[in-house]
Design a protein around this ligand. Structure first.
Ligand SMILES: Cc1cc2nc3c(=O)[nH]c(=O)nc-3n(C[C@H](O)[C@H](O)[C@H](O)COP(=O)(O)O)c2cc1C
Length: 263
């Protein structure tokens, strides 16, 4: 190949690379707002799902605005923040489980002996979503949860009835467990069996448990038990641990005590 041809070939190759990189970066920049909007909508769908307020075709934002109000609570005290305590970054709208957990200001490390959900850090403040009826009375509380499975951290929501004992919904919106195995956490049938189960016993000790195996229908304590995922003991154990962590004293325990005190 002559040196002229070589120069042309390199020139064309560089040109193609340049055009391609401009196209890719333009697409990335242009698509970013759409991706952010879709991620937000997906989160809202999951909040609505946990609150049993979602069906395909509903106007997600409108249903959320009409039925749900979000507040921030401080995990350590269990108390809701007053609006005067909100800052530009510390608002329910800005709540982001992942980034708040890892933030030096908004997150806090979990001592290993307390870290049942195996997450190392958690936000100091959590968003709690309340579902109200048309008379403005609270029907349920939807609370974010996270914990380690086999391959990934699972992020989701648990919904509790206003009695604070009965589980009304359970869903994950992000995880990396294997489809067909740990990924069966997304199976609607598996999620549905959480509904109606009791999270606490009469002494308000966390009693809900995800079994390795299936619930015995003749078990007098079956209201505290959920079927495990078959062939997925490790994801099952992770879900069991994370749900008990978040309902316990290092999770929403103080908030639940606060609400009980209030009522
Ligand atoms: C490719 C592959 C993917 C797996 N994914 C999962 C998973 O997502 N969750 C899980 O608990 N176990 C998963 N397992 C199985 C675990 O390695 C382990 O065998 C299982 O949790 C034991 O469950 P069992 O006691 O119910 O059989 C996977 C195994 C393989 C080979």
């Amino acid at each position: 190949m002559s040196s002229d041809n070589l120069k042309k070939t390199i020139g064309v190759a560089l040109g193609v690379c340049l055009v391609a990189s401009i196209l890719v970066s333009t697409a990335a920049v242009e698509l970013k707002p759409i991706q952010t909007k879709n991620a937000k909508l997906d989160l809202l769908i999951n909040i609505l799902e946990a609150g049993d307020l979602y069906s395909p075709g509903v106007d997600i934002q409108q249903t959320y605005n009409e039925k749900i109000s979000a507040e921030l609570i401080e995990l350590e005290t269990g108390k809701p923040l007053t609006e005067s305590e909100y800052t530009a970054e510390l608002t329910p709208e800005k709540f982001d489980l992942k980034s708040w957990a890892s933030s030096p200001e908004l997150g806090t490390p979990i001592p290993s002996e307390q870290d049942l959900a195996d997450i190392k850090r958690q936000p100091k403040y959590m968003a709690v979503y309340t579902v109200k009826n048309t008379d403005g009375e609270i029907e349920k509380y939807i609370m974010p949860i996270m914990g380690t499975g086999l391959w990934s951290t699972l992020y989701g929501f648990i919904a509790l009835d206003k009695d604070l004992k009965t589980i009304k919904g359970f869903t994950f919106y992000e995880h990396g467990e294997t489809p067909g195995l740990g990924g069966e956490v997304d199976n609607p049938k598996w999620k549905q069996q959480w509904v109606g189960k009791k999270a606490f016993d009469d002494n308000w000790d966390v009693k809900i448990q995800v079994l390795k195996g299936t619930v015995d229908e003749t078990d007098p304590n079956k209201q505290f038990k959920v079927d495990g995922l078959s062939g997925s003991t490790l994801t099952t154990r992770g879900v069991d641990n994370l749900v008990r962590y978040w309902l316990g004293e290092n999770g929403y325990g103080h908030f639940i005590d606060y609400l009980r005190g209030e009522s």
